[in-house]
Design a protein around this ligand. Structure first.
Ligand code: NDP
Length: 282
């Protein structure tokens, strides 16, 4: 491929995840931008992470992504964190700046960017289902975007309470915790309802236990799960008359933020979205 850019490599350290389209999406975006770059997906066990990061530095990679189980464990191996990654205590993206490796978290920023296409979260009441890594990133960034109030709903009370406390302490946005038992009925004044659990991932019949009868039609209902794009949760939201936001936009936007940080070039997000859809349909 003709290119005036030196070849560079970025990578993803993690466990193999069925149906992860990131490599395909990134390589299509590099090609579109005329960059002779490569994106490698590398299986790294927890005990190999420190060596893998040393290798990334030694080989001069431009950066990388991290998936489960490395998002927290990588922190002491980096030179510094961005303020948002520091608040979340989780990193999904590494960027080489000179001889430094910087930890960033692009998941929540990617989510907020897609949410803004339907609604500005400023002043809104948000219900967050789940308290894992995705919920942490989405919660902190939505709070930083000006949300007025949060309710964190989670099956494991310890994890749920920890996330509610984190959002409140780091962002000063009032945050309540509700233990999830049976079908959860969101408050009737909910503006944004977000599924941040893994229910429905690679499982079109996976049902998120929510009673939609109390959800107002003005509520925007979002799912972070991107495979399938139209989850049962989003189908139920549409049947209720709500606007629905799928997890593909978040996936594309978080990748686009990483792409910009690594390359300094604006990616074609249309090409990225097409690549993800093509990958998931194959
Ligand atoms: P974690 O394992 O960290 O957290 C999973 C969460 O789901 C926990 O809160 C867990 O609850 C909850 N959960 C799982 N099964 C059930 C169940 N049967 N009933 C109730 N709660 C349940 O995962 P992540 O946060 O990293 O990922 C969550 C989802 O987000 C995944 O599907 C992932 O693919 C997606 N994601 C999407 C991105 C995108 O760009 N669109 C980016 C990042 C992630 P508990 O604490 O009780 O166990």
């Amino acid at each position: 491929m003709p290119s005036d850019q030196l070849q560079q490599i970025v990578c993803c350290f993690g466990q193999p995840v069925a149906g992860n389209p990131t490599q395909y999406m990134m390589e299509k975006a590099f090609a579109r931008a005329g960059l002779d770059w490569r994106y490698l997906t590398l299986e790294v066990p927890p005990e190999g992470l420190a060596d893998a990061v040393r290798g990334l530095r030694a080989m001069g990679f431009q950066g990388g992504n991290l998936t489960i189980p490395h998002k927290v464990a990588v922190i002491p191996l980096l030179d510094r964190l961005t303020p948002a990654a520091e608040m979340m205590g989780a990193v999904n993206c590494m960027i080489r700046e000179g001889d430094q490796l910087v930890g960033e978290n692009t998941d929540g920023k990617g989510f907020v960017q897609s949410l803004r296409e339907l609604l500005d979260p400023a002043g809104k009441k948000v219900v967050l289902l789940g308290a894992g890594g995705a919920a942490r990133a989405v919660g902190i960034e939505t709070a930083l975007a000006g949300a007025a109030q949060f309710t964190v709903v989670n099956r494991d009370p310890g994890r749920g309470e920890t996330l509610a406390k984190l959002i409140q302490e780091k962002t000063n946005v009032p945050t309540a915790f509700v233990a999830w038992q049976g079908d959860y009925a969101p408050p009737p004044d909910t503006d944004v309802l977000i599924n941040c659990t893994s229910i429905g991932l690679n499982d079109p019949s996976g049902r998120v236990p929510v009673d939609f009868n109390t959800v107002p039609q003005t509520c925007v209902v979002a799912d972070v799960v991107f495979n399938p794009a139209e989850t049962l949760f989003l189908k139920a939201a549409k049947a209720r008359g709500c606007k629905a936001l799928d997890g593909l936009g978040m996936l594309v936007n978080q990748g686009a933020i990483a792409f910009r940080r690594w390359t300094g070039v604006e990616p074609d997000t249309g090409v990225m979205r097409d690549a993800v859809e093509e990958f998931l349909e194959a």
